[in-house]
Ligand binder design. Sequence first.
Ligand code: FE2
Ligand code: FE2
Length: 286
Amino acid sequence: MHTSQPESQEPLKHIDQWDDFVAARYQQGKDASEFRNYDEKANPSVVEFYRLNHANQTLDFVLEKEKEFGQLGRGKKSIWAAADYLNTLVDDSDPDTDLTQIEHLLQTSEAIRKDGHPRWFVLAGFIHDLGKVLCLYGEPQWAVVGDTFPVGCAYSNQIVFPQFFAQNPDSLMPEYQTLYGVYEPNCGLENVHLSWGHDEYIYRVARDYLPEPALYMLRYHSFYPAHRHGAYRHLMSPQDEKMFDWVRKFNPYDLYSKGAAKPNLRELKPFYEDLVAEFFPAEIDW
Ligand SMILES: [Fe+2]
Ligand SMILES: [Fe+2]
């Protein structure tokens, strides 16, 4: 990990440890009732990562990060430059078996392409984790990855490790602990602040360029409490409900494509250059 954060803020050896934990939690063929067992078996770094995430993601923190990064003031960059930049996040503990970030993106998008899905869906797969460049801006792991959840209202017990919310200062704010908190019934997720991380950031970067279902995939792919467990429907609009079918369609490609053969970037590059150019200008705001 190349960040300027003190070590205590960086319990994961690499941010992919979080993705691997999620994939293990939802291992194919296991049902939801086994969910808690995976929690208990989580390794101590992952548990500590969630503790930090749940303790620090307050409504104020999220509002601050939305202002700091969500307004895309860090300059213009192409999708390719962002992908190359993200690829500098390498896990040196096991260089032979671990995938680079671009390889994970290509495995996801290639699995989507093989199933014959539309080009925008393939592209969503290819860029869905580019928001992890937040790590390279020096943000701590708990503000980049992790299952996302609404802040400013009661925490669902469908969120993994809910016990750690006791350490979040918002737990002591009664107005943030009612079912709706600062929100209105079925106000729509666009009016709800989710814990800050790579989903919201890449959504904001891509917002002007991709069709709505793709934007939902980017923005909510880590919102496991909702797309896997059906939590927070009381905040969702009918349009959210409809679009979550796409989020659920996307999720298995993200979780289960890792076993596939290592993609050959050189062979695949012409296809993805055309695909990126079809939807994005040469450079976009980050
Ligand atoms: Fe992700
Ligand atoms: Fe991913």
